[in-house]
Ligand binder design. Sequence first.
Ligand SMILES: Cc1cc2nc3c(=O)[nH]c(=O)nc-3n(C[C@H](O)[C@H](O)[C@H](O)COP(=O)(O)O)c2cc1C
Length: 223
Amino acid sequence: MRAMRGYTAQTHKQGADYSMANEGDPRPHHNRLHCYDDLEGSLQHAWSILTRGAVDAKSNFHIATLATVTQDGRPRARSVVLRACNSAERWLGFNTDRRSDKFTECSESPHAVMHFYAPKAKIQLRVRVRLEVLDGPALDTNWANTRPFSRVCYQVTQAPGSPIDAPLDVAFDAEASNDGADHFASVRAHVTEIEWLYLHARGHRRALYRFGPDGDEATWLVP
Ligand SMILES: Cc1cc2nc3c(=O)[nH]c(=O)nc-3n(C[C@H](O)[C@H](O)[C@H](O)COP(=O)(O)O)c2cc1C
């Protein structure tokens, strides 16, 4: 019964007084995010956590689940490290091996989703993206920014996902792979939509933001 107290239609109307909803709960506003009922503020918060995620390896937003579509129309998902976030231009960036399956999928079908979930913050972001495989100076810059430790992965002679007889049957050749640069790919994910979901005991908040050539749209959704 306690969970039902204050959980009335009135307290959920926009602009309602949430003091009722806190009855019996000693914590003020139950530690809600500052942007709990703020549509524009929730979008700003989403961009700020993605921006942080790109540079902070400890952030839950440092790792995305990238979902792509295979040639036969089936979904495929895997983790990738979020390497860049440009909120002004609305894109995210990640790196991969150009011999990998995901690279083939990124190249053949540019529509993908990058999914994030932070268990402590209780925020899920479902980000729709249009993928662009980088080349030229943009690719060179991103390769220049990789660390020696990361470069080793790209020096493997066999393609990622190749079957091997034993775990150590992996050969590295820095010279033949141009230090790994020949296998390195960098992808820019242009954000077309962000779906925000914030879980909270006093009521979840879900919002959809669309960024289109004709302007942007934002709306709350039923969680
Ligand atoms: C935490 C984590 C981060 C990863 N980051 C990347 C990454 O940034 N780029 C990448 O190509 N693979 C990354 N991987 C490996 C992929 O998830 C995947 O297992 C591998 O690349 C094969 O994927 P594919 O067959 O779909 O190409 C990561 C895996 C984990 C667990």
